[in-house]
Design a protein around this ligand. Structure first.
Ligand code: FAD
Length: 274
């Protein structure tokens, strides 16, 4: 931990969320406290003091606060999804997506959904989870009550690049009720069994047919509507001819492309075999 900062303010009201020069938001701190302080950051504003309800579900769907910890996500919405034939079966996707992060249970107790999305790492599985659930992110743009909504599928636009302007708060993600009872699928590949996720394919049956979301092997989530292997192959072949595949020590481009193809085939087979 390298905490060379001058101030930590605990936000209690929306007005407290207005950043002063040099300040950045603090979620669970599991990234911020594990890395050198980002350039120019001299103070942190702790969003967990806002006291937001971690999650709730009603007729409109599921709402998950930016400050909901990954542990709360699994024990709440994740446990609703454990009933594979029930009205929340899409939430069966929660637990594997949290497991796809290389976090100990101690880290998962603090790490937040908002922090994971705001970081926008390719292996940040909250983007794949909520994009697959057709969620929108609600972003506070000002202290006076301004906000905007972005589909989670469009929130992360590159490796570590997120559609969040400085000072904007990721308040919550909302999953529409129509999605909650739909079937979902999860596949992941990693170079080692406990290694960082190098390719993740999640998907959902929908009114328009299966939707597949690819993350981790690409810099930003990609969506595909496909009904058969040929459509998947055509899509992957097109990606091969571009610079789309992500590469780092956790996997080469070629291997990630091959894994993504295999996982996408498996995911599609599972979704269409009702
Ligand atoms: C051992 C270990 C393993 C990890 N493995 C992974 C992994 O596999 N994949 C992965 O993606 N990450 C991983 N991480 C990084 C990190 O722990 C997670 O991404 C975590 O979800 C970040 O959440 P946080 O609340 O701790 O974020 P913080 O560290 O508090 O903040 C991270 C960033 O998000 C911003 N932020 C936080 N909340 C909000 C909000 N509501 N609105 C706007 N901005 C906000 C902060 O300003 C900061 O820039 C790992 C970390 C550790 C220590």
């Amino acid at each position: 931990m390298d905490l060379d900062i001058d101030t930590v303010r605990v936000a209690r009201t929306r007005a407290d969320c207005v950043l002063r020069p040099g300040e950045a938001f603090l979620g669970g701190g599991t990234y911020l406290y594990s890395e050198p302080v980002p350039e120019g950051v001299t103070g942190l504003v702790d969003l967990t003091g806002m006291g937001w309800e971690p999650w709730s579900v009603d007729g409109a769907g599921l709402r998950v606060a930016g400050t909901c910890t990954l542990e709360q996500l699994v024990s709440g919405p994740g446990s609703l999804g454990a009933d594979t034939g029930g009205p929340y079966r899409a939430l069966g996707l929660v637990a594997p997506c949290v497991s796809a992060l290389t976090l100990s249970s101690k880290v998962a107790r603090s790490a937040t959904v908002g922090g994971n999305l705001a970081l926008g790492l390719p292996a940040g599985s909250m983007a794949g989870l909520f994009a697959s659930l057709d969620a929108v992110a609600v972003i506070w743009t000002s202290a006076e009550g301004g906000s905007r909504e972005v589909p989670v599928a469009d929130l992360v636009t590159g490796a570590g690049v997120v559609d969040l302007a400085p000072g904007e708060v990721l308040r919550e993600v909302r999953v529409p009720s129509a999605v909650l009872a739909q079937r979902t699928v999860f596949r992941r590949a990693s170079l080692t069994s406990t290694g960082r996720t190098a390719a993740m394919v999640t998907g959902r049956t929908g009114d328009q047919g299966p939707t597949i979301i690819v993350t981790a092997s690409v810099a930003a989530p990609l969506s595909l509507h496909a009904r058969d292997h040929a459509a998947v192959d055509h899509w992957i072949d097109r990606l091969d001819s571009t610079d789309a595949w992500f590469e780092d020590v956790h996997g080469s481009r070629e291997w990630r492309a091959a894994m993504t193809r295999r996982l996408a085939h498996e995911a599609l087979d599972e979704l269409v075999s009702a």
